[in-house]
Write a protein that binds this ligand. Structure first.
Ligand code: MN
Length: 718
């Protein structure tokens, strides 16, 4: 069995100053809590965390990662608790162990490609710290290496998950050897017959191929030496089985037809030597047109850099060669882990702008940090995963994953589950704590929606939903509600009109005009004020009856509103030339004379005046929109909230109030708050006559020394 000392030896080779006591402590603790447990292989359970720690050491990771490798199954599988781990090993390691534990609780269910991609993203987003992901990959690698002890059904499931999820993740992180090994191990369990067959074929031609490799390498060395190059390294080895198999399947080829089974590699010191070597090799053999790829000038999204070329070799065979620097090679093999460099060991830092690619910004940042920070631990602290920042991944209580845009709330989540759940959602339990509808969700949250039968969407919901799905459903529900109310109102108006002629709506329901009218949403259009009851009734009733009118002729829908409301109060607004309409002013935007405005007919409440740039009007029914104007002659004062951000200094309030009084403005409410950081926010409710007065006040306030900003606010609290 693997001994702790073996792991120490590896760590010493790259990080001699590591905290070996801490690692030893993690080892002892893991041995204690796993005591008595065995693996399916019959080995003591401890052999697994040990093997994981060794892989992490081979990746040259820091002591926290290695401790996490030793402890990664303790919280999940033993009596150990998160609190205990934190007490013994500190917050950093406790968080890493918690991250790995959380990842293992997520089960991948579908092999559908899009879902697999989501799942990968979610794992990354959940990991928060890249080391969590690296420990998880090491864990998976060792489980794959010992997969033969599992039941066959289990083997297939795990292998599938590895191929769909973990190998691409390793690739994404640029960890070539882990990706390769995971793929071949998955291949072995997923298509055992093909795997064995291919392995045998590759094995049979081994001798022949070895001779071929030696020949090619000999020629390469000679060409490079002739070109007066030194310090290079050449190698050739068979490609991994899965990649050969993929090629056979994708190109529908037999094994015998595949010639580039071997990957030749030339490693050199600098980038300019890469191109020099390329020149030398292209003189040696004829390159195959269209096969040259410059991944140094155009790195792959995962940071991979190399020159690739294919040539017609000594026996007319195709020879594929990769040319790269030693640094590039390290990155290609261990990817992100290659950037953990330890100061005491030196090593040339990778040139930042060479590795970085647009899609790989986080890696660039990694390396920038690495150069700026002296202490490797400090460097690790700043390594946070930000690969897929535009989405969050939230769990249902059953463990399904819901993808939402960043900023999405509990309500979005509810609508994502099902429209009916969204409609009746009243709150939720997020990670077992009661949360309001507007709470923003984060990756890794578990959300359980709480519904109530009589709950209904309301307009304020639109303020905090982020997904168009939720928005559309809420809007359409609100429209339906509004329509229902309009129909009720329309019926009421119509019944009233019939009564004025001493008859009832009920009696005339079969009359053809009325039948036709009702068929075409007549009631709603009456309610909205688009048609009027009087005209309709005149068409329906016979002339004799019309003469026997009992009450006074009602006005149009508009007239009704205006009648009902006008003459009682002076509003400052004119509508289509009608003066003195009673309106009320929207609280959301607090219009003042001079602001461009628009009116909305509100059932039973007359008209509401909004500013034209008020975001709320987009939510209102366009059908109810009415052009309105300010009454030029009006001297009505309107309340406005003015928010002033200032220095928190003595005498400031006095100066502000003196501006108000000089301008002859009344303040009816004030809210003044100071913040610890030396600034204060003062909000005043004042009576303002018009926009030009408001502008004057703004200018005077802005002129006060120590005033940062003056703006209109929605309420005294803002
Ligand atoms: Mn494990």
């Amino acid at each position: 069995m693997l001994r702790l000392n073996d792991i120490f030896e590896i760590i010493k080779s790259y990080h001699p100053q590591a905290d070996f006591d801490l690692i030893q402590k993690a080892y002892v603790y893991s041995a204690k809590v796993h005591a008595g447990q065995t693996r399916k292989s019959g080995e003591p359970y401890l052999s697994h965390p040990m093997a994981v720690a060794k892989i992490l050491a081979e990746l040259r990771l820091d002591e926290a990662s290695i401790c996490t490798g030793l402890l990664h199954d303790t919280v999940e599988d033993t009596l150990a608790t998160q609190e205990e781990i934190e007490q013994l090993f500190g917050k950093d390691i406790a968080l890493l162990v918690d991250g790995v534990t959380k990842l293992s609780q997520v089960k991948f269910k579908s092999t559908e490609e899009k879902l697999a991609e989501n799942f990968r993203k979610m794992l990354v987003a959940m990991s928060k710290d890249i080391r969590v992901l690296l420990v998880k990959l090491a864990d998976r690698l060792h489980n794959m290496r010992t997969l033969q002890y599992m039941r066959p059904e289990k083997q297939e499931l795990i292998a599938e998950e590895t191929l769909e999820i973990y190998a691409p993740l390793a690739n994404r992180l640029g960890m070539g050897w882990i990706k390769t090994e995971l793929e071949d191990l998955s291949f072995k369990y997923l298509r055992p017959a093909d795997y064995q067959d291919l392995k045998e074929k590759v094995g049979k031609t081994w001798h022949e191929r070895n001779r071929f490799i030696e020949e090619v390498l000999e020629d390469l060395r000679k060409a490079l030496t002739d070109a007066e190059m030194t310090g290079y390294d050449v190698s050739g080895r068979p490609k991994h089985l899965w990649s050969i198999y993929r090629k056979m399947v994708d190109k529908n080829m037999n094994f015998e037809d595949i010639h580039d089974l071997i990957a030749f590699r030339v490693s050199v010191g600098t980038i300019s030597q890469c191109y020099e070597a390329l020149g030398a090799i292209h003189t040696l053999w004829r390159p195959v047109p269209g096969k040259f790829k410059d991944y140094i000038a155009m790195p792959k999204p995962n940071g991979y850099r190399s020159l690739h070329t294919t040539l017609i070799g000594p026996k007319g065979e195709r020879v594929e060669i990769q040319i790269r620097t030693f640094d590039m090679h390290q990155v290609a093999e261990s990817g992100i882990a290659a950037h953990w460099k330890y100061k005491e060991h030196g090593g040339q830092p990778v040139e930042v702008n060479e590795v970085a690619d647009k899609g790989f910004v986080w890696l660039r940042q990694l390396m920038n940090w690495q150069q700026e920070l002296r202490d490797p631990n400090e460097f690790l602290d700043s390594v946070k995963v930000d690969l897929f920042s535009e989405e969050v991944y939230v769990f249902t209580p059953r463990g399904d994953v819901i993808e939402l845009p960043r900023g999405a709330t509990v309500l979005d989540f509810a609508f994502a589950i099902h429209s009916n759940v969204g409609m009746h959602c009243i709150s939720a339990r997020v990670n077992n704590q009661i949360a309001p509808l507007r709470q923003v969700l984060e990756s890794g949250d578990t959300c359980e929606v709480i519904t109530q039968k009589n709950q209904q969407p309301n307009r304020s919901w639109l303020e905090f939903v982020k997904t168009s799905r939720a928005r559309t459903r809420i809007r359409s529900h609100l429209r339906q509600q509004e329509r229902k109310r309009s129909e009720e109102l329309g019926r009421e108006l119509l019944e009233k009109e019939f009564r004025r002629y001493g008859t009832t709506l009920q009696k005339w329901l079969k009359e053809e005009h009325l039948v036709e009218f009702l068929k075409h949403d007549g009631l709603a259009s009456l309610g909205y004020g688009k048609t009027d009851a009087k005209t309709l009734v005149q068409k329906v009733l016979p002339k004799e009856l019309l003469k026997s009118q009992v009450g006074e002729a009602p006005k149009s829908r508009f007239g009704q509103i205006i009648d009902r409301l006008s003459g009682k109060n002076y509003s400052g607004i004119t509508v289509e030339g009608v003066e003195q309409v009673l309106v009320h002013y929207a609280r959301c935007c607090m219009p003042v004379k001079g602001d461009p405005v628009i009116g909305f007919v509100t059932r039973g409440r007359g008209m509401t005046i909004h500013r034209r740039n008020c975001p709320r009007i987009l939510e209102l029914d366009a059908e109810r929109r009415i052009e309105v104007n300010w009454d030029e002659g009006s001297t009505l004062r309107r309340p406005v909230f003015i928010k002033i951000t200032t220095d928190d200094r003595e005498g400031m309030l006095a100066e502000i109030s003196s501006v108000f009084s000089k301008m002859n403005v009344n303040i009816s409410e004030a809210n003044c708050r100071t913040y610890g950081d030396g600034h204060a926010v003062n909000t005043f409710k004042c009576g303002i006559a018009d926009l030009s007065q408001l502008k004057h006040i703004f200018r005077a306030l802005e002129a006060i020394k120590g005033v940062y900003s003056v703006e209109r606010a929605r309420s005294i609290l803002s």
